[in-house]
Ligand binder design. Structure first.
Ligand code: C2O
Length: 381
């Protein structure tokens, strides 16, 4: 296997070198945006280790947690504290959302490669594992700030099309009127709602998962959402169809290719949440753009559901008698996948290198999803 650069043998993508010299500004409309992370050049990276004695963190549906005022207050408080940290603290909100803009627009170059290849974890089989660990460290930092090791991110169950409580809407805890009064476009009293979003999509508006879904009739909207979910998660049997295509060292990331879960529900919910189509902001500083998506706290709840879909995909039990067949869904076993490494800062500000092989089982990471049952609607659709 020759790399796209035309030399050498394929190898796993190495972790980013988080020194300022290996980071560059990324294009943002007319200007450039500095997404570089706090300087890690003086730190010795540690290898990620499982912590079997951590309490299990149970990620629950955000639309249900929205009714739990204790939870919402605690979650909000975690962001209050995170935003008080100075920007050069890797646990700060600025550093946290910069992780996303750094690794979606190629702020860091692939180490040890002469061709100035940009590290990029979207559009390939790194998409799910990288975002999983991004959320893992983000969740651990939030929990640490509020002194709650059981703290777990809320999950925006946008695939749920039947729950009268609003699983298929923007969860109310993120809406600007959660704390009592309508705050319209300039919500001040909740960190969870301080973001630029399409106001036409505040609850009770239903999410549209299918780009072509402009129907007014709600029954048709639900049907088309269910069909979209089925196409995104049930139809793809091969791991690279679902997760994304191979991305190896020495390969330009944009020559890989996204999996069905990235292109379908994931991308669409990003754009639906942001204000893009209303053109409210010429710079699109919202969920609809790579650069700014993670500056909205709803990003992490949205991605919890994307991450949950990976779990659902792997446990799909398809009836052998149906035309969908019975082939098992399994993660890639390619060593370049398993040995790809990512660099993150943990809640102790340590620089951690984690291998994709360590990301494949959420229970070993000490978290799991409470709700898998709502999925039968679209699994069997
Ligand atoms: Cu990093 Cu939802 O994209």
């Amino acid at each position: 296997y020759l790399t796209s650069a035309g030399f050498g043998l394929a190898a796993p993508v190495p972790p980013a070198n988080l020194s300022p010299e290996s980071c560059q500004e990324v294009p943002d409309q007319q200007q450039k945006l500095n997404c570089c992370l706090p300087d890690g050049s003086q730190l010795t990276p540690i290898d990620f280790e499982f912590e079997a004695d951590l309490p299990m963190r149970i990620r629950q549906p955000a639309h249900i947690l929205s009714k739990d005022e204790e939870y919402v207050k605690k979650y909000n408080q975690a962001y209050v504290l995170m935003k008080q940290l100075p920007d050069d603290d890797p646990r700060s909100f600025a550093a946290q959302w910069h992780i996303h803009c750094a690794f979606c627009e190629g702020a860091y170059l692939e180490p040890n490669n002469p061709n100035n290849l940009k590290l990029q974890y979207h559009g390939s089989w790194t998409f799910l594992p990288w975002h999983r660990m991004y959320l893992y460290f983000h969740e651990r930092i939030l929990g640490d700030l509020i002194g709650d090791p059981e703290f777990a991110l809320p999950v925006w169950n946008w695939d749920n099309q039947r729950d009268a409580d609003g699983g298929n809407q923007m969860p109310r805890m993120f809406a600007p009127f959660y704390f009592g009064k309508p705050l319209s476009m300039n919500p001040q009293d909740s960190e969870l709602s301080k973001a630029i979003r399409n106001p036409e999509h505040f609850p009770p508006e239903h999410v549209r998962l299918d780009r072509g879904n402009y129907y007014d009739d709600m029954g048709t909207v639900f049907d088309s959402n269910l069909a979209l979910m089925h196409r995104a998660v049930v139809t793809p049997v091969s791991s690279t169809d679902f997760l994304g295509k191979p991305y190896r060292a020495g390969q330009a990331a944009d020559t890989a290719g996204p999996g069905s879960i990235e292109v379908n529900g994931h991308n669409i919910v990003h754009v639906w949440t942001g204000s893009n189509y209303l053109k409210l902001r010429p710079d699109h500083e919202d969920m609809g753009t790579f650069l700014y998506a993670a500056r909205d706290p709803i990003f992490y709840s949205h991605h919890s559901n994307v991450d949950r879909m990976w779990t659902v995909w792997k446990i799909l039990q398809i009836d052998q008698s149906t035309r969908r067949g019975s082939r098992k869904r399994e993660d890639p076993t390619d060593p370049d996948f398993l040995n790809t490494q990512f660099a993150f800062y943990n809640h102790k500000k340590q620089l951690v290198h984690v291998k994709i092989s360590q990301t494949l089982d959420t229970e070993r990471l000490r978290y799991k999803y409470q709700a898998l049952d709502s999925d039968q609607d679209w699994i069997n659709y």
